[in-house]
Design a protein around this ligand. Structure first.
Ligand SMILES: C[S@@+](CC[C@H](N)C(=O)[O-])C[C@H]1O[C@@H](n2cnc3c(N)ncnc32)[C@H](O)[C@@H]1O
Length: 299
């Protein structure tokens, strides 16, 4: 069977970056002319792109030109459904957002342009490479530099692992405080009084914790099974589907996100799709093709 992905380059300068990525992640690295796989992560002197050699197209991320810049300029600001879903409101500071399914970082960038501090989590090293390359290219831009200064941090990790660790840390903090139930183990205390998550900034109010660690909002946009003919699916999504397949652990991700988010969890779904789990959202925000399921934790 044909292998899925190789790493390629088209110049001596791009070869060293390509080789390093291939070595770190265990992919074959070849000159552009020798690629035989379905996909290639292709390094040039200008950018890194992901190409589908069977369907004959390439994608890259560009925060400064193209669709993303257009959306930033004309996308409707705080009136957009995504802005309403994450709770952006006139007169209130924009929330910090952890995008636990960063993908091509389009939604994260829209939220960053609306003033939110962003942490982007992505488990595919190929996708992380595309995001980081786009950030490097955009750094010269004054507007983008402001976004970086405010917070636009990419973490290459599984969100479930990352959030589970945060949750555990909050429990450890809780454990450090001696609770009545530790002292009187036979008494049943209602757990609404002792919540599952204790944020360190609640226990130690004088210590300044970077709030990206315990985000106000956790945003999820997992891959969903494609029921339409692939020609109608946008190229970006087609290539992600070929590279990643569908996400099988979304319910687990939602469950841990609900334990860690300070204010709300927002799940992006295609209109008409079933909920991510049996837990019902507090409410939904609908747009033409998309639905945002909003789970309020604290208003
Ligand atoms: C549909 S894409 C997200 C698109 C993104 N919202 C955008 O605007 O470009 C889903 C992405 O989430 C990532 N993902 C899914 N589950 C994840 C998890 N548990 N941890 C980290 N990344 C995850 C997938 O690898 C994929 O890149």
């Amino acid at each position: 069977m044909k292998s899925l992905l190789s790493i390629s380059y088209n110049s001596d300068a791009s070869k060293s970056r390509a080789t390093e990525f291939a070595k770190t992640h265990g992919y074959p690295c070849v000159a552009d002319t020798e690629v035989t796989t379905t996909l290639k992560l292709h390094y040039t002197d200008d950018k890194v792109e992901l190409c589908d050699l069977e369907k004959e197209f390439c994608i890259d991320i560009d925060f400064i030109a193209g669709n993303l810049a257009h959306r930033q300029q004309y996308g409707g600001g705080r009136g957009q459904s995504i802005a309403k879903a994450i709770g952006l409101k006139q007169g209130l500071a924009p929330p910090s957002v952890l995008d636990a399914t960063a993908g091509l970082a389009k939604d994260a960038y829209v939220l960053a342009c609306l003033g939110c501090r962003l942490t982007l989590l992505e488990r595919s090293p190929v996708i992380v490479e595309l995001i980081n390359d786009a950030i490097e290219r955009a750094k010269e831009n004054e507007h983008f530099q402001k976004i970086i200064d405010r917070g636009f941090n990419v973490i290459a990790n599984s969100s479930i692992d990352y959030l589970t660790e945060l949750f555990q840390k909050s429990k450890d903090n809780l454990a450090k405080k001696r609770l009545p139930e530790d002292i009187y183990p036979d008494v049943i205390y209602p757990d609404v009084i002792y919540p599952d998550v204790i944020y360190p900034d609640v226990i130690y109010p004088d210590v300044i914790y970077p709030d990206v660690i315990y985000p106000d909002v956790i945003y999820l946009d997992p891959m969903y099974p494609d029921r339409k003919k692939s020609a109608s699916v946008k190229k970006n999504m087609q290539i992600l589907q070929t590279l990643l397949g569908k996400d099988e652990d979304t319910e687990e991700l939602l469950n841990i996100a609900l334990k860690v988010a300070k204010k709300r969890v927002v799940v992006k779904r295609p209109k008409g799709a079933e909920n991510l789990s049996s837990i019902k959202p507090t409410y939904q925000v609908n747009s033409k093709k998309t639905r945002y399921d909003v789970y309020i934790i604290k208003s």
